[in-house]
Every structure is written in structure tokens, then in C-alpha cells.
Ligand binder design. Structure first.
Ligand code: NAD
Length: 409
């Protein structure tokens, strides 16, 4: 399996063969402007000192301040963070916001820390990086396993160190700490707007059977949003287990079970028509729309030919590697790529930053009234660009993004 950064660079090499750009822009996009590793000492509750490794990758800032989330995971490493920062650079360009691309992370399983240890670690990450962060320099946000509460600790720590209390240094904050209404569901909602704009072109202008891998911020909100629009959610999964119901899952009940028990495990026991499903089987099941919303590299050359979905919408970053892209394209399975499909998250992060700097507070409706046309216009542009170059939507999105960065450098 390719590591995420090799996969990102394979995608870049592919687009450079499809479309001729100036050599400079491709060379520039092969490396981040800088990648930084820091060690973060944390005094644990038992009195011992533990050192954690943290990262910030500032990939490209031609279009504006670096922007991108912070991931806490035991397997997070600099290669993964570099790939995610590269995709952020393209994502901001695809939806046309004045932001560059960055990403951060800490190698840690946050479930093994107490709340006070987690707070010390999060504040420690900011302390080590406060010189390079800033509302007009580098603006982080949440990603896997990082929450609004963690963003509030980080914004507070940055304010203490620098005196900047605008909160605009970080997005995804709780509403009472300057967060934007709508940021919590923005990634899934944006994906849904992109789907709505493209569904006719994808042959999915009907009530769809939808399977979703990952049941966190992106996946669980997607399940609620697609279900509310009348689609049938036939399977969902998390890191431990999955549940399937061909007649459609009751997502509200699944959410209640997950909240009460911490996982999806055991849900199928008392539910008629419901069975357990593995992550592998979920990816390969017959459905109209498959939404990977967990991790990178879940569809590779090893399982691409077993995918039976009619279309795939990537709410996760990098869930399909470039070898699998080729297989899916040949099988006529359309992939709505991450740099378009999950860009609603960064779009509303940008709205939050804008509100903080102007000291404004938009309603949820105002946020989504701005998001919907942004997503629809970007989706249509990506589709048209791909059509002109006779390529897939990922390459269409890459062409759009790289042209925009090239014109502005
Ligand atoms: P999250 O931490 O809220 O949820 C992650 C989910 O994935 C959890 O349900 C977890 O159980 C599940 N998971 C973990 N490992 C898994 C595995 N091996 N198989 C199946 N499920 C697994 O994270 P999130 O914010 O929902 O992010 C999910 C994906 O969406 C990531 O790729 C992230 O980069 C991307 N994304 C998130 C946002 C956002 O605003 N949250 C924005 C853009 C992209």
C-alpha cells in the first residue's frame, strides 16, 4: 500500500501528464514550503513525563494563509500530514477561498489520555508552534479526533502567548468561543451540496442506497443529511464494527446507540433486518453511493475491482489510491474527489475566520446560503474541466486548482 504522500505525488504526476502546466508550479508542489516536527512534553496524571511528537506542515500559501486541520492518531506521521497539507492547498483553490494549504498532527491515541492530559498536550502543541501560527499566517482547525473543545484550548493558549484574542488563529471552535454556526456539519453538508449539483450527471437522480464508512463528524452527519433528504442509509461503520440494513437504518437510533455505548457494536442485536458488517464488506457492497468518511487508502488496487457502488463521494481525505482510481475509472464508477467533496469543512472554517476578523456572527442559514452556491459552482466547474480533458473528476479538480495557484504565484 502506498504511503499517503506517495499517493498524493502519484496524483500530481498524473495530472502533469494530462495537462501541460509550467514546470515551475509542478516542481513547487512536489514539496511543502516547510514541515516542522516538535516534541511536546506532558506531565501525566501519574507524575511521569511523556514526550509526544507533533507536526505542522505549511505546504503552499500562494492563495492566502495556510489552512488545515490537526489530527490526533496513533499512526499519524509526517508523511500523512504532508499529504493532507498538499490536498488542503488544492482544496482551497478548488472552492476558491483565499487560503493556502497546511495540516498538523500529533502521534497519540487520545483515548488513552485523561482530559487534563489532553488539554496539556493541545496547549503544548500551540506553545511550540505559536511563532508560525497566526490569523494571517497559519490557521489550524479540527480533523480526526480533535474537537471544538480542543480548538478552544488552543485559541486560548495562543491568546495568552501573543495577546491576540480575536480567535481567528484557529477555526472549529465552540460557538461561545467564536466558532461559526454550521461548522459542525459543514463537511457533510458541503458534500451533500456537491452531490446534489452532480447527481443527474452521475445517473443518481433518484432515492439512493447509501453506504458510509466512518461514523464520526463527517460520516455520522452525512448519514443524517442524506437520510433527511429521503435516501436510504444501508450501512455504516466505525473503527470497531459496522451495521447493515437493506431496508434502511434508523440513523437516529444508531447515533443513540453509539452515544450510549461508544461504538456501533451490538446495535444489530435487537433491530429487525439489521446485521453486522465488516468494513471490507461495507466497501464492497452493492449500493448507489459509497461514502468513505474515515481514513486514507481504504480502496486500493487490492479491492478496487470488487467495488460495486455506482459512485463514490470522498468525505475522507485520500481514501482511494491512484492505482485504484484507474480501476474505478475503467469500471465507470465516478469518484467525487476529496478536494471537492469534503471542502465544505474548510469553506465554513474560512467563514468562521472571516466572522472573527470582522467581529460578526452569521446565522446557520446565512452560512449554508453562502456554502451551497460555492459547492455547486465548484462541482460544476470540476465536472466541466474533467469533461474537456476527458479525464476523471479528481484530475478535473487538480487541473482547476493548479491553474489557480499558478496564475496567482
Ligand atoms: P472523526 O474522528 O470525527 O471520525 C472518524 C471516524 O472514522 C470514527 O467513526 C472512527 O471510528 C472511524 N474510523 C477510524 N478508523 C477506521 C477504520 N479503520 N475503519 C472504519 N472506520 C474507522 O473524524 P472526521 O472529522 O469525521 O474525519 C473523517 C475523515 O474526514 C478524515 O479523513 C478527515 O481528514 C476527513 N475530513 C474531515 C473534515 C471535518 O471537518 N471533520 C473535513 C474534511 C475532511
Amino acid at each position: 500500500m502506498q504511503d499517503p504522500f506517495s499517493n498524493a505525488m502519484a496524483q500530481l504526476n498524473k495530472v502533469a501528464k494530462i495537462k501541460s502546466f509550467g514546470d515551475d508550479i509542478i516542481s513547487r508542489l512536489r514539496q511543502p514550503n516547510r514541515d516542522i516536527k516538535v516534541s511536546i512534553p506532558v506531565r501525566m496524571d501519574d507524575g511521569t513525563l511523556k514526550i509526544f511528537e507533533g507536526y505542522r506542515v505549511e505546504y503552499n500559501n500562494v492563495l492566502g494563509p495556510y489552512k488545515g486541520g490537526i489530527r490526533y492518531h496513533a499512526s499519524t506521521n509526517i508523511s500523512e500530514v504532508k499529504a493532507l497539507a498538499f490536498w488542503m492547498s488544492l482544496k482551497c483553490a478548488v472552492i476558491g477561498i483565499p487560503m493556502g494549504g497546511g495540516k498538523g498532527g500529533i502521534t497519540v491515541d487520545p483515548k488513552l489520555l485523561s482530559k487534563s492530559e489532553l488539554e496539556k498536550l493541545s496547549r503544548g502543541w500551540v506553545e511550540k508552534l505559536s511563532d508560525i501560527l497566526g490569523p494571517h499566517k497559519d490557521v489550524p482547525a479540527p480533523d480526526v479526533n480533535t474537537t471544538a473543545e480542543i480548538m478552544a484550548w488552543m485559541a486560548d493558549e495562543y491568546g495568552k502567548i501573543t495577546g491576540d484574542k480575536t480567535g481567528a488563529v484557529i477555526t472549529g471552535k465552540p460557538i461561545e468561543s467564536g466558532g461559526s454556526l454550521g461548522r459542525d456539519t459543514a463537511t457533510a453538508q458541503g458534500g451533500f451540496y456537491a452531490f446534489e449539483a452532480l447527481k443527474e450527471k452521475l445517473g443518481l437522480n433518484k432515492k439512493c442506497d447509501v453506504a458510509i464508512q466512518g461514523f464520526g463528524n463527517a460520516g455520522a452527519n452525512a448519514a443524517e443529511i442524506w437520510q433527511a433528504a429521503g435516501h436510504k442509509i444501508v450501512a455504516v461503520s466505525d473503527s470497531k464494527s459496522g451495521v447493515c440494513n437493506r431496508e434502511g437504518l434508523n440513523i437516529e437510533k444508531v447515533l443513540q446507540h453509539k452515544k450510549a455505548t461508544g461504538s456501533l457494536f451490538g446495535f444489530s442485536k435487537d433491530e429487525r433486518g439489521c446485521t453486522d458488517i465488516t468494513n471490507e464488506d461495507l466497501l464492497e457492497m452493492e449500493c448507489d453511493l459509497l461514502i468513505p468518511a474515515a481514513f486514507e487508502n481504504v480502496i486500493t488496487e487490492h479491492n478496487a475491482d470488487k467495488i460495486h457502488a455506482k459512485a463514490i463521494l470522498e468525505l475522507a481525505n485520500g481514501p482511494i489510491d491512484s492505482a485504484a482510481d484507474e480501476v474505478l475509472f475503467k469500471k465507470n464508477i465516478t469518484v467525487v474527489p476529496d478536494v471537492l467533496a469534503n471542502s465544505g469543512g474548510v469553506a465554513v472554517s474560512y467563514f468562521e475566520w472571516d466572522q472573527n476578523l470582522k467581529n460578526e456572527h452569521w446565522t446557520r442559514d446565512e452560512v449554508f446560503e453562502k456554502l451551497q452556491p460555492m459547492m455547486a459552482a465548484s462541482a460544476n466547474k470540476v465536472f466541466e474541466t474533467a469533461k474537456i480533458s476527458n479525464t476523471d473528476l479528481r484530475m478535473g479538480a487538480f487541473i482547476l486548482a493548479i491553474e489557480s495557484i499558478e496564475q496567482n504565484q
